[in-house]
Design a protein around this ligand. Sequence first.
Ligand SMILES: O=C[C@H](O)[C@H](O)[C@H](O)COP(=O)(O)O
Length: 223
Amino acid sequence: MEAKKAAAELAIMDVHDGMIVGLGTGSTAYWAIQGLGLRVQNGLNIQAVATSVASENLAKELGIPLIPFADITEIDITIDGADEVDADWHLTKGGGGALLREKIVAFSSKKLIVVVDESKVVERLGTFPLPVEIVQFGYELTIRNLQALGCEPQVRMADNQPYVTDNGNYIIDCYFGSIPNPAELHQAMNSIPGVVENGLFVGMASQVIVGYRDGSVKRLVGE
Ligand SMILES: O=C[C@H](O)[C@H](O)[C@H](O)COP(=O)(O)O
């Protein structure tokens, strides 16, 4: 917890008055939202959009003003977690099932700050099963088409039922073991009808902040 909190607390220092802020999802983004809530209570003037119902509810509880998507064209900064970050700052996301909304928000953000603890930093993506959001119609066929890309797909379950996302879709966790070419896989997955989005965030991160078990924190330097 300390490592995640430390990373999130450094990231929120990049948020300034007047900004439109994307709020991520998950146990690390949670700390960023908490920290922003505190800063708002102390006078920080921002407006936010959320990447999940859970983050939206948390923002409301903390008094962070939310703005409708209809009223914005761009988001100044988004702070979000990740399940894996590789050496090129490509990400696996969606462990919490929020990858679609997260990618929509990240795509329209000038800056995406990724906050993780040290366990998420990997040489190569793929150890963490890649979450893929698919529509419910014909999902058995879509799963076979995902499998043909070389993974072991598993329908994510919750309470003995397929887990349903905030968007009414299923999540398929795809076990690849190793993903040597994230850009190619991203393309191949999103070409399958029935796939709404996959959890690979290729070339989207502007900054990665890593928290360590001892409470220290580091901004990674890009190559
Ligand atoms: O769907 C969930 C998101 O992509 C999260 O940002 C990701 O799973 C990391 O979550 P956490 O910070 O809880 O490890």
